[in-house]
Each structure stands twice: as structure tokens, then as C-alpha cells.
Design a protein around this ligand. Structure first.
Ligand code: 0RA
Length: 695
């Protein structure tokens, strides 16, 4: 048995043992599945296993099942995965892998299928010969999905038979049933997320699609088909096939779709066979575009390592060293310009994917690779392959070095102006910006900074807030597009400087989220296109210059309501059209109930509906419900703003996650980048989703 000091949250609580269960010959059989207890624990403390019970946790369920199918693909047995979101909000994942064994389990005396689905960590993931994804929240297994589903149906094609078993809340409700002969192999898992566990059980197409696309890029041999059947008309059913034979090469092109590429993508791959006979595989693809930002996405065993780790460090070290050596020998022989690591990363887009046998995940969100040996492995492979590439492609090499030399010169100029700006603006002395209405509490954890679009909304927010713990920073208009500017210009921007000083935790490499003067930074903008644009700009800014704020879960989006509904003296707020319609239904039911109760006073009240001229923003239904549409935050008076958007008791905040920010950056590049074609495509594709466009 292998040593495994991978401490997951789970084994710290003694729910599972984390040893490797193997019969030593790499083959899998029924004995391998060690029997462990604990699905009750999953239902009791779901967040401990899947992160949270919000939208993220819900989507994690699909991820868990797909991970198992991907494992089959990695083992060479599966080529196709079909994910379908059904009309009834269930989700099914079909693969053509080997199928979960269905025969009786030697220890438990029930079907192995049942053992896999009803026992924590019985998925065979700790086999030698497979890359485990345990650590962080991944690899908790299909049994967790079962535990958190009100119903789950597993159908297996294996050994010529089609076998099915049904479960509810993690427990079998039938024994295995033979459904007849089959000539296929594979597994179909259909599950219904338990609405008593999750805040929402509605899957979001784009969220599922983004992750499946990512998996398809990382696993070029697998074709993943996503279908969304939740449409009224057959021809509205959404379907996409993700299959990228080019793998990481296609991934890099996808990410840089809207950027002008300077140097064609370079692919580096290799592997290292360690003492334990398990290969560490490295695959990297990178290219340079003419932007000033670095965009490195890294993965370990298909898991996005948001916080990076040793694989990223190894890559960076090799990039700097190899390019510098080449530059000194061939190009900048007599140059005085000192090119540093960050200069070689300006305009760099890279995908780093490694497969590691026993990954150790560290960091805030357990998404940072800790295995020390990986750094050297990646460094060696990249140095060797990149040197060969540079020698064979001198024209490309020249372009990279020239770009980095320019970056170095700009960096030096920026340093000078940064110092100047710092002194001028007092970025170092902590004078708070005049526009900031600070809060009186000074314990960071309890305080909130609202970044508010526009002076008038800022005014309402200042009056409506609880000044003990809520601070308001109004921004005038749009902030600078940080994607398209170098540091020196960014620092000259008034709006950006006020944000840096208000948050007071430094910026870029010096940023330290722990020093943030506020526990929450909340972006508050209108619910229209302009508001969305400002949010996207702000998210891009935070993503590039205060990323840790997002990683530590301190960045939020306020949700102002879209409608106010009024019936008699009662007021209601709706955050979208669906909610508006639900409230109208509720009011109508109420009216009905009261009418049947024969209450004359109420009937009278109904007739006293105030006279309101019907225009596009205010509508009166024939039964007297006044529906007003908010055009912007500025329209709400301070009390309304407090009640709907700022009061912790009644508001809804959305926490920004890196996935949103990644997507924001991409959308942003698409909309603001130089290329017209991707922008047109984006607008065409998305126009159909825009229902309430306020321009
Ligand atoms: C346990 C053992 C084996 C495969 C699986 C589970 C398995 C699980 C899932 C979940 C979704 N799709 C899946 N495909 C396979 C190994 C089976 C063997 O050795 O033949």
C-alpha cells in the first residue's frame, strides 16, 4: 500500500480511509472496492463534500459523475459522454465505458453497483493505475451524488446484459433488475437533485457547457455532447458537441479567439516515470498575443488549479530561464535591458495540464498543487523542448524576445511613473479618497464596501446604508479597460486609484487580500446593459489586479430588483420576470381567497386603485396591480435601496467566482478586442437570450 499523506477534509473527519486499494496487478475486480460507511454524513453536512448547497454545489453533482466517465476515458475504455438536462430538471450522464460492475460484492453480499453508489469512496478511485482526483472537493464520488438526490437510476450495459437499479436519498429502493440483452457497454446515471438539500435545483446550461467544453479540450479523445431538453418547442432544444482533436492547441486558440496572435502556439509535452512507476504527464500549450496581460490556466488531473502551484512555478521558471539564455546568446548580446520573468509573461496565454499520481492540494480553496517533485519535472521538460523549438524557429524566437524587451522597457518606465504616481496620489500614505463615505466599524471582517455606479445612486446608497458597517464608493461612469492598458496608465486612472486606496491592500503582485479594509467588496450597478458592462469591467479589473479578493470569496455583486409591484398598500419586489409573474399569481390568489371570504372592505380597496398613466415603465393590470419597472438604482429612494439591495437581512448577493471572472475576461476580450468577427458572432449568438434590453 502506498503512503498517502493527502489530507482531505473528509479523512480528517474519519469518514473515509485514504489508502490505495489495489490488488497489485492493475486489474480491477469486485474485491477492490473497500467497504466504508457514511452516506448519512453527506446528507447531514453536504457542504463539506461538495463545497456548498448553492448553484456551485448543484453543478458539482454533474461534475462528479462526468469525472467518473472521464476516468474511464483516461483508462482507455470510453470515447463518448452524453450529458442531458431533462425537462423535469433531472440530469443524465451516459458513457460508453466498461460499465460499473453489477455482480454480487464479495463482502457486502449486495450488488457491486449498490456498493459503488451507496458507499463513500467506493468508486475504485484509489487504484494504482488511475489518477486520483481526491483532494479539495473533487473525487468525492458518485455515492455523494446519490446521497444528495431524491432519486437516482443507474443503468449499466456490461457482459451482454442491461442491468438497472434505483435509489432514493442514497438508499436502494430496488435490487438489480435485468432489462435484457445488450451489445454495448457503459453506464447511464440519471439523478434528481434533492430540493430539500439545494437552494436551487435548476441547472444552468452555460455553466454546464463551460465545464464540459473545458474537459473536452483537456481530453481530446473524448467527445462530450450536451443536450438541454427544457424547451417548449422541439426546435428550441439546445445541443452542443464538444470534441477538440487538437486538445490544448484548440483550447489556447479558443481563449485567444479575439486577440491578435504574435507567435503561433507552441506545444510542449513529456512525461517522467518516478519511483512508483506512475507517470507524471505534462502537456503545455502557449502563445503570445499583443495584449499586456498574462492568462495562464492550469490543471491537475483535469481539475482547474485556480491558485496555481508547483506545475505553474516550474513552467514559469523554465520559460524565463530558457528565453533569457537564448536572448543573451543570440539576440540581446550587448543589450543592457534586463528582461525579467514578468516581461516574458506579457501577452502570454498558456494552458498547463499535468497528470499526477498522488496530487496534494493546498491553499485557500484546495486548488493549489503542492507536490514539490512536479516543479522540477515540468521545468526540465519545458526547458528541453523549448530550447529545441527556439533553435528550430529563429523568427518566432526573435518575435518573443522583442516583445519581452519592449515589456521590460515599459516596465522600467512604469516603475518610474508608479513611484511618481504613488507620491503624487498618496497611494502609499493612506489618505482615503474624498468620495469614499467610510463606515465607522474598523474590523475588516464585518464591513462592506459598495462600489456604486453613478453619483445619484451613490447618493441614495450613502443615505440608505447602515453607516456602522457599510462604506460607499461612487464611481463616475465607466472605469478604464484594464485589459488594454499598461500599468502606468492604469495607475493614472482616477477611478482605479480610488479603488486601490479605499480597499487599501495594494495591487498586482503586492496585493494581499488579508489586508483588505473590508470583508466584502460589493459591486452595485444597474440591472441593464450599461450596468452589466460596468460589472464586467470591474470584474476584469479585480481578476487581473486583485485576484486574491475573488479567490478568497470577498467580491460580490449586488442584485437590485427589476420590478416593484403594488397592490393596495402592499409592496413587493421582483428580481426577474419569472419572479414578477409569480408574485402576480400570488396576489391574484390572495384576492380570490379574500373575495370568497366576502370581505367588502378589501373589495373597496381594490377599487381605489390610484390613477396611473400607463407608459412603458409603469403598467396597471385590470385587477389593479401596479407594476413599475426600475430603470436604474438612482430611481430608488434610499429606503427602497436599503430594503431591496443593501440590507443583509433581505438582500441577495452573488459571490463572484473565478469561473465567472474567467468568462468575464473572455467576453470582455470578445467585446472590446480588435477583431470584429468574433464580436459579431458573440452578439448574434447572444442576442436571442437578451429579453429585457434597456438601452
Ligand atoms: C467501479 C469500477 C469500474 C468502473 C466504474 C466503477 C465506473 C463508474 C462510473 C460512473 C460513471 N461511469 C462509470 N464508469 C465506470 C471498473 C470496471 C472494470 O474493471 O471493468
Amino acid at each position: 500500500m502506498e503512503d498517502n499523506n493527502n489530507k482531505s477534509e473528509i479523512n480528517e473527519n474519519n469518514y473515509i480511509s485514504n489508502g490505495n486499494h489495489s490488488n497489485g496487478n492493475g486489474n480491477y475486480n469486485e474485491d477492490n472496492i473497500k467497504v466504508l460507511e457514511g452516506l448519512e454524513a453527506v446528507r447531514l453536512r453536504p457542504a463539506m463534500y461538495i463545497g456548498d448547497v448553492g448553484e456551485r454545489g448543484l453543478h458539482h453533482l454533474i461534475q462528479e459523475v462526468v469525472d467518473n466517465s472521464i476516468d474511464e476515458a483516461l483508462a482507455g475504455y470510453c470515447e463518448n459522454i452524453y450529458v442531458t438536462i431533462h425537462k423535469d430538471n433531472s440530469c443524465s450522464i451516459t458513457d460508453d465505458g466498461r460499465g460499473i460492475p453489477t455482480g454480487p460484492h464479495p463482502v457486502k453480499k449486495v450488488s457491486t453497483l449498490e456498493v459503488v453508489l451507496c458507499t463513500l469512496h467506493a468508486g475504485g478511485k484509489f487504484d494504482k493505475g488511475s489518477y486520483q482526483v481526491s483532494g479539495g472537493l473533487h473525487g468525492v464520488g458518485v455515492s455523494c451524488v446519490n446521497a444528495l438526490s431524491s432519486s437516482l437510476i443507474a443503468t449499466v450495459h456490461r457482459d451482454g446484459r442491461q442491468v438497472q437499479q434505483k435509489f432514493a436519498y442514497g438508499k436502494p429502493v430496488s435490487s438489480t433488475e435485468d432489462l435484457g440483452a445488450t451489445d454495448k457497454t457503459g453506464t447511464i446515471i440519471r439523478f434528481y437533485p434533492d430540493p430539500t438539500i439545494f437552494n436551487t435545483v435548476t441547472f444552468k446550461y452555460s455553466r454546464v457547457a463551460d465545464r464540459l467544453r473545458e474537459l473536452a479540450f483537456l481530453n481530446p479523445n473524448v467527445s462530450i455532447t450536451l443536450t438541454d431538453e427544457r424547451a417548449d418547442d422541439f426546435d428550441e432544444i439546445k445541443k452542443e458537441v464538444f470534441h477538440y482533436r487538437g486538445g490544448l492547441l484548440d483550447f489556447v486558440k479558443f481563449i485567444d479567439e479575439s486577440n491578435t496572435v504574435l507567435v503561433k502556439p507552441i506545444v510542449v509535452s513529456g512525461s517522467d516515470i518516478g519511483y512508483n512507476d506512475l507517470e507524471t504527464k505534462v502537456e503545455i500549450c502557449f502563445q503570445y498575443n499583443n495584449s499586456y496581460t498574462e492568462n495562464v490556466l492550469s490543471y491537475v488531473n483535469n481539475i482547474h488549479t485556480i491558485e496555481g502551484g508547483t506545475h505553474v512555478t516550474g513552467f514559469r521558471a523554465a520559460l524565463t530561464r530558457t528565453l533569457n539564455t537564448y536572448a543573451q546568446a543570440n539576440i540581446n548580446k550587448n543589450s543592457k535591458v534586463q528582461i525579467s520573468g514578468e516581461d516574458f509573461r506579457e501577452g502570454l496565454t498558456a494552458i498547463i495540464s499535468v497528470m499526477v499520481a498522488n496530487p496534494q492540494f493546498e491553499g485557500q480553496t484546495k486548488t493549489k498543487l503542492g507536490n514539490g517533485e512536479v516543479e522540477g519535472i515540468v521545468r526540465t521538460i519545458v526547458s528541453e523542448k523549448l530550447s529545441i523549438y527556439l533553435d528550430e524557429n529563429p523568427a518566432m524566437a526573435k518575435r518573443i524576445i522583442e516583445k519581452a524587451t519592449l515589456a521590460a522597457e515599459a516596465r522600467m518606465a512604469a516603475k518610474r511613473s508608479r513611484e511618481l504616481v504613488r507620491r503624487k496620489s498618496g497611494l502609499e500614505i493612506s489618505t482615503l479618497p474624498g468620495k469614499l463615505a467610510d463606515c465607522s466599524l474598523r474590523t475588516a471582517e464585518d464591513t462592506e464596501l459598495f462600489i456604486v455606479e453613478g453619483d445619484s445612486a451613490g447618493g441614495s446608497a450613502k443615505q440608505g446604508r447602515d453607516r456602522r458597517f457599510q462604506a460607499i464608493l461612487p464611481l463616475r461612469g465607466k472605469i478604464l479597460n484594464v485589459q488594454k492598458a499598461r500599468m502606468a496608465r492604469i495607475l493614472e486612472n482616477e477611478e482605479i486609484r480610488t479603488m486601490f486606496t479605499a480597499i487599501g491592500a495594494g495591487f498586482d503582485d503586492d496585493f494581499d487580500a488579508e489586508k483588505s479594509r473590508y470583508g466584502k467588496v460589493i459591486m452595485m450597478a444597474d440591472a441593464d446593459v450599461d450596468g452589466a458592462h460596468i460589472r464586467t469591467l470591474l470584474m476584469t479589473f479585480f481578476f487581473l489586479y486583485m485576484r486574491d479578493l475573488i479567490v478568497q470569496g470577498k467580491l460580490y455583486i449586488a442584485q437590485p430588483p427589476l420590478y416593484k409591484l403594488k397592490k393596495g398598500k402592499q409592496e413587493y419586489y421582483a428580481f426577474d420576470d419569472r419572479e414578477r409573474d409569480e408574485i402576480i399569481q400570488r396576489i391574484r390568489k390572495d384576492i380570490q381567497n379574500r373575495k370568497s371570504g366576502g370581505n367588502a372592505a378589501i373589495e373597496q380597496e381594490q377599487e381605489q386603485t390610484p390613477d396611473i398613466v400607463e407608459n412603458e415603465d409603469v403598467q396597471v393590470s385590470n385587477d389593479g396591480i401596479i407594476i413599475s419597472r426600475y430603470k436604474g438604482l438612482g430611481e430608488m429612494n434610499p429606503e427602497q435601496l436599503w430594503e431591496t439591495t443593501m440590507n443583509p437581512e433581505t438582500r441577495t448577493l452573488l459571490r463572484v467566482e473565478i469561473e465567472d471572472a474567467n468568462e468575464a475576461t473572455r467576453v470582455f476580450q470578445t467585446l472590446m478586442g480588435e477583431k470584429v468577427e468574433p464580436r459579431r458572432e458573440f452578439i448574434e449568438q447572444n442576442a436571442q437570450y437578451v429579453k429585457n434590453l434597456d438601452i
